[in-house]
Write a protein that binds this ligand. Sequence first.
Ligand code: GLU
Length: 409
Amino acid sequence: MSSYEDASRYFHQAAGIMGLSKNMQKLLLTPEREMKVQIALERDNGEISTFIGYRIQHNSARGPMKGGLRFHHEVDEDEVLGLATLMTWKTAVVNIPYGGAKGGISVNVKELTQGEKDRLTRKFVDVIHDMVGPDKDIPAPDMGTNAQVMAWFMNQYSKFHGFNPACVTGKPVELHGSEGREEATGRGVVTLTERLLNKARREITETTFAIQGFGNVGSHAARRLAELGGKVVAVSDVSGGIWNPEGLDIPKLLDYASETGSISNFPGTDAIDNDGLLTADVDVLIPAALGGVITSDNAAEIRAKYIIEAANAPVTPEADEIFAHKNVIVLPDILANAGGVTVSYFEWVQNRQHFKWDVNRVRDELHRIMSDSFDKVWQIAEEKDISLRLAAYLLGIGRVGRATVLGGI
Ligand code: GLU
């Protein structure tokens, strides 16, 4: 099933509970604008490569559209549309004044040199700069992109529109980025996990965790869990997984990963494969890498009681149903990983005010927004006796729907 169909399935379930009319459902699901471009790049060796890039603006009822820019070989129109849709509900769930968008280039970034990546980013900006901007649509990092890519983006955008750092978020701290943006998604994941565990009268210190993915989100989540005394027993990245039932030494693992470029062969651990990580005997599983990794093929074998969707759409709708029957609690992506876009919002606010916040202010405000959003979603789930995912959709769709009606159709 496609990414967009998956995202639509949850939307329709929630819309059914809310009694949204068919016309309103169509209005809220249909993207406002889809852009597909060809980008020709002269490689370092003189050859010409062409890539396809996308920017899809799903909904602007609540404000300028917001969402990441993904450089990955699996990027296609359907995936970008599905992810743009998720951004609309995500920004609404945490109640920040944005709509939803997403972009991407179908490219294997590992095959590009730094110079090629720089030129590719700038050529993409050349063709989309008119449709984005601080009051229209604000890109940010996602899979395969980072603060450096955002710096190139801002620099190229300024050649058309003048100095305007709020045109993109997730920039380097030295170049109008926000303190605490890089850690934000992982940190938000842990705040929410702590809150979820507290509902079951559990403490992080008495809980075991497995994390799939040790990129920006997974590594910061691991760091924060370890700081709070959580026992992270298994971690994986593209090179494979590692396991130690006594708990991994996360600060040492972070140093090791930054020195060697991967987590594999970290001393004092056993190697496990990806399936081993997903089905590890832990309390909490945190998929923090690709979408669609937990499916009807492996959901039944998963032993964790809680799944925190740090990645976008890691659990397929079929797997979600299996978890509902097994009483496994899934904290949905549109809430679980919203810490990133929330601190993107703080960055945009700081850029527009030309006033920099310190990291404690960023962390405090993030904590407040994550906690309030969790409590609202939890309350809806309890009142209506529905899953946290459906409750989050109800909250998000309700806010977008009301804004649409108030603004006038
Ligand atoms: N790419 C991130 C996401 O999927 C962050 C988006 C943003 O900061 O705008 O939520």
